[in-house]
Write a protein that binds this ligand. Structure first.
Ligand code: PMP
Length: 351
């Protein structure tokens, strides 16, 4: 830390992303919940075409993409905005809907970026424990008087609330914004976007990073009633109106033109998840019921850290969290059938 840093020691605790190894081809990479499937070829062509016009600024209103999203999800373009990954939209949401008076609330075991942002923006925060089955209990979120952040499905557990349960949280907090971060929704959970029409306090945050094979392109989108979106837009335009660059905008447009390809890939991943879970069961693992592209799993004869280390020695990367209550587990991204089988072979040899 330099003497110029304007923050007090320990005030910030930066997010630690999963490993992104340089020699990535050496590994089976199951540690950051990316898609194992490449972008559709048209996406690559769209990026190449957009690169030729990269001397010009991109469209700061992202109108074409908001129209595309309106076509897929219903509503009008005023219901949408986009971010440089959904992480940026989460950051905008903290800035728009939390401050020292309006605190935040989220689960004790959930996406790690919420606590990073809450510290960054000095937000008063209530941590709500998961229940004994690692589930979010909607009743614990009734009338908290805070902005609520829920990853649905939750990460790293993979467990999802139903749309009815989300509605109960929305109804119990009519004067506060409820953010549903549904990064993994396309792999089988109930989507909250249809609820936007009914609830003016709902903000749904989504990403192209998982189901749409575009983690490196950094595109996320938010859906809410126009008044909430206008608040996010005020924040976005106060930080970086060109937050989604022209190459990523062109790619995202091409991705949405080929939405069926991506949704089909999600079905393959969901099938592989069921297969992986069954095989892990047979090997004595306990795996939480996931509706995502990853499983959270533990075994009585090997710790989460040991399994992570052993798999790494065999060139398979998974994620391990050194945190209370979950350090027995590993989070393993569901890849192709070939990747799943290679993983299972190595796990058998380790056990
Ligand atoms: N929300 C959750 C629950 C996540 O797991 C992630 C991925 N790390 C994100 C949001 C952020 O994704 P991205 O910024 O790539 O859109």
């Amino acid at each position: 830390m330099s003497k110029y840093f304007s923050r007090k020691q320990g005030e910030l605790k930066a997010y630690v992303p999963g490993e992104q190894p340089r020699n990535v081809q050496k590994f089976i990479k199951l540690n950051t919940n990316e898609s194992p499937f490449p972008p559709a070829p048209e996406v690559v062509n769209a990026v190449a075409a957009a690169a030729q016009k990269a001397n010009l600024y991109c469209d700061p209103t992202m109108l074409k993409l908001r129209e595309d999203l309106a076509g897929i999800y219903g509503y009008t373009p005023e219901y949408f905005t986009l971010g440089n990954g959904s992480d940026e939209l989460l950051s905008f949401a903290f800035l728009a809907f939390c401050n020292q008076e309006i605190g935040a609330a989220y689960a004790d075991v959930t996406y790690g970026f919420y606590s990073v942002l809450s510290r960054l923006y000095a937000t008063d925060t209530k941590i709500v424990p998961l229940d004994a089955q690692y589930c979010i209990n909607p009743e614990d979120y009734a009338g908290l008087g805070r902005t609520i952040f829920i990853a649905n499905p939750n990460a790293p557990t993979g467990i999802a609330l139903t749309r009815l349960q989300i509605e109960s949280i929305l109804q119990a907090n009519p004067d506060n914004v409820v953010i549903i971060d549904q990064a993994y929704v396309d792999f089988g959970a109930e989507c909250a976007i249809p609820l936007v029409e009914k609830y003016d306090n709902l903000l749904v945050i989504n990403t192209f990073s998982k189901s749409r094979s575009f983690a490196g392109g950094r595109v996320g989108f938010a859906v809410a009633q126009p008044a909430l979106i206008a608040d996010l837009e005020t924040v976005r335009n106060s930080i970086n109106p060109y937050n989604v660059n022209s190459l990523s905008q062109a790619a995202a447009h091409a991705i949405l033109q080929h939405n069926d390809y991506y949704m089909q890939n999600c079905k393959v991943v969901a099938r592989n998840r069921v297969y992986l879970t069954k095989q892990l069961d047979a090997l004595g693992f306990t795996t939480l019921p996931s509706l995502t592209n990853f499983v959270f799993t533990k075994h009585s004869s090997i710790s989460g850290e040991q399994l992570y280390q052993k798999l790494k020695e065999h060139a398979i990367l998974v994620r391990y969290f050194d945190a209370p209550g979950i350090c027995d587990f590993c989070r393993i991204t569901v890849g192709t059938k070939e990747q799943v089988d290679a993983l299972l072979d190595v796990i058998r040899s380790i056990l």
